[in-house]
Ligand binder design. Structure first.
Ligand SMILES: [Zn+2]
Length: 439
């Protein structure tokens, strides 16, 4: 690319004084600058890596796309994954206060890389940008445009949908959320995706504690899935989505055959085609099913393999549980210190519950106190998660002294007492009294 051409990163400057000085830099350079807290330099290196990649795409991929659409499309998909990873990195390194017309940049890149998937990707980052910069008007405008125009197929960007959900979720407006699911169900051209979004709707309902409604929809989906799996053998995405549905259905009907089905599908997947993030996710998915089945040793092996490919909080958290279950851990302190609590997102609920169970099991009083502190900091609107955390809080209270003492004093009566998390207190188990009186 020539020095006086406009830079592909979309800054509007010419290449010679924009990304060229940083061209050819690698991830190690980026990491080094990050670690030295040279955030602005790290940011320019990340942008230049993105630009280098775009130059490659212009050189190779676009040509292959014309000459051999099948191979071209495959390579383009790999390219898009790589671009997303770079874009993620840039977003993590945006120095505070540096807005640097990011939305416009992605607008430029979007025009350059002529692919539907990348268009979704760009819209996602634009949204993130508006969100980070508190441009609420533009944010809402774009969300509405996306919801209206979204094309739904197996490749629909899951993160985009998660983002749409995350915008609606805090408002607690379930009708809006279900409406989004309905739009997606209606717009799905592909029968598997139609089922997937129906299933999402079921999960949404169960999260707001409409268990009956949720189970009904989930049953319908699984019945259709059982009649014949609508995926082709080599379609990794379809296989992954189908396995996910079986795994989730286990929560509606805890029969291990659903998890075995999921494992069966995952074993058929051609893992060599994944990049390292894909492999990390693949092994952590298999590990998680084994964790659910109580195969802690197998789960431990797979979580460890996953972490070998890429660090991820989910695998770290569940690996801890596998170790606790096998009595391989004595001290929770290092885990409390190693997992960065604030970066966990929804995983923080899993994290707290697993740590809580471990602390209770190991009778680790100081960790219990730390956890109680964390619980006070969390504010979650979803009723299902609220209930989970409330139950955990009560369990920790019981372990941490005060309630334990009270329960100790009441021990002769204890078997007639029940804890009622939803009313935040204790109650009397009348059923048990009546039962015993009948004896
Ligand atoms: Zn540039």
């Amino acid at each position: 690319m020539l020095d006086d051409e406009k830079c592909l990163c979309g800054s509007g400057r010419i290449y010679g004084i924009c990304c060229k000085p940083f061209s050819g830099m690698k991830i190690e350079d980026y990491k080094r600058e990050r670690e030295s807290k040279n955030y602005i330099k790290a940011y320019y290196i990340a942008i230049a890596m993105l630009t280098d990649y775009l130059v490659e795409i212009k050189k190779h991929t676009n040509r292959i796309l014309k000459d051999n659409p099948a191979i071209g499309k495959f390579i383009l998909h790999q390219d898009i994954n790589a671009l997303s990873e770079l874009a993620d990195r840039i977003f993590c390194s945006i120095p505070e206060g540096n807005t640097d017309n990011w939305g416009e940049r992605f607008e430029t890149i979007k025009k350059l890389v002529d692919a539907e998937e990348w268009k979704n990707e760009c819209e996602y980052y634009q949204l993130l940008y508006y969100d980070l910069n508190n441009e609420n008007g533009k944010f809402t405008e774009q969300i509405e445009a996306i919801a209206k125009n979204i094309k739904v197929d197996v490749h629909t960007d899951q993160r985009m949908l998660e983002l749409l959900r995350s915008v609606i979720l805090p408002t607690g407006e379930l009708t809006k959320l279900l409406k989004l699911d309905d739009i997606l169900i209606e717009k799905s051209e592909d029968s598997l995706m139609k089922l997937k979004y129906q299933f999402d709707k079921a999960i949404q309902l169960s999260l707001v504690s409409d268990n009956e409604g949720a189970k009904k929809i989930a049953d319908e989906v699984i019945e259709k899935l059982e009649k014949g799996v609508p995926y082709t053998e080599i379609e990794l995405y379809s296989q992954d989505i189908t396995a996910q549905m079986y795994e989730m259905y286990y929560n509606f009907e805890p029969d291990r055959k659903w998890l075995d089905k999921a494992l069966e599908i995952r074993k058929q997947m051609k893992v060599d085609n994944f990049n390292s993030s894909g492999k990390a996710k693949y092994f952590s998915d298999i590990a998680y099913v084994n964790w659910k089945l109580g195969n802690y040793e197998v789960a431990e092996q797979h979580f460890t393999t996953s972490l070998g490919y890429e660090e991820n909080a989910f695998a770290q958290i569940y690996l801890l549980d596998c170790l606790v279950e096998q009595n391989k851990i004595k001290n929770l302190k290092e885990y409390l210190e190693n997992v960065e609590f604030n970066t966990l997102g929804v995983d923080c609920i899993d994290f707290l519950i697993i740590l809580g169970n471990a602390a209770i099991r190991l009778n680790d009083t100081s960790s219990i106190e730390t956890l109680k502190g964390y619980l006070k900091e969390i504010n979650i609107a979803v009723p299902y998660y609220k209930l989970c955390l409330k139950e955990l809080e009560l369990e920790l209270e019981k372990k941490s002294g005060r309630i334990r003492k009270i329960l100790g004093k009441l021990s002769p009566l204890k078997e007639y007492l029940i804890l009622q998390p939803q009313f935040n207190g204790m109650g009397i188990n009348l059923e048990k009294i009546i039962e015993d009186l009948k004896k």
